[in-house]
Design a protein around this ligand. Sequence first.
Ligand code: SF4
Ligand code: SF4
Length: 341
Amino acid sequence: MIKPTPSPLNVSQQLAVLSSAPIEAFTAHLANHDVPQLHTGNLEILQHNVGKLCNQTCSHCHVDAGPDKTEENMEWATFEACFQVAEQCQPRIVDLTGGAPELNPHFRDAVKKFKTLGVEEIIDRCNLSVLLLASQKDLAEFLAENGVHIVASLPAVNEQQTDAQRGSGVFDKSIKALQRLNELGYGRAGSGLQLTLMSNPSGAFLPPPQSTAEQRFKRLLRDRYNIEFTRLIELTNMPIARFLDYLIDSNNYERYMQKLSSAFNPGAVDGLMCKNTLSIGWDGKMYDCDFNQMLELPVQASCKTIFEFSNELMDNREIALANHCLGCTAGQGSSCGGATA
Ligand code: SF4
Ligand code: SF4
């Protein structure tokens, strides 16, 4: 079982480790399937990483978030630049992530503003335990009143496994928070309030088939805790940040990279989230996805921040790739929206 650790490798070291993996590189896999380079398509999702502040320190966290990350929070001026881009590009989805995005002091004002811009769907990537913090006691009601789609992390319907990955007591808190969300209508048929759960493996292996796992989660949560939810997303652990440290420390790195490479699925390429998403960092820097953001691989365009955004300069741009991308194309594929194949 993996244990929480700080991330000792800086991003250059992580990229060096990824490029030296004794495997067929991600770009070679693409070329073998006549896809020499990936380009972006229509911008549908504007994803904002609004800061690294979090009330948890999960062992698999690709953001390296935690309670001590108080400095790196998106400021209102940066949100305002994001509103302008949303107005200009009319994305279907605005996705708010972190850290615990709700701990950014501008979170609620940002949700309200994006709603006025006609965004079809606003996603809050919620760790559940944040809903129980004394400072956030009306958060669940706020999210329900504003019709925010909650995408919540729950690695397993199992206390030991969840607590090992996310911290002692997190499973109990998650169950309480899910029950509270159900009381407000979240996950209940006909309420219009979507409650998506997100699960990832607890070690160096690929996730199970999403549909099988969803049926299992639904049965166990209903039978044991009377909890309902809308759908389950299965995520592959990305070989970056804390999970990369774990792979190296546990001598699993080469085996895991080999596993991702052997499981390369060309059918997962079309659904890669980098093709329709723009990821914005807390400081306004722009990336092709949240993982590239954590590796500080910027967009390959002449404008690098949301303050200088230009649709023409960003359109059909080449996506920045490295071997961590194998985590998105292994098996059923993996993205913030779930399996891609
Ligand atoms: S709750 Fe999410 S952001 Fe916070 S430490 Fe865990 S994985 Fe990272
Ligand atoms: S890691 Fe990012 S850039 Fe690479 S394939 Fe996945 S979504 Fe695309």
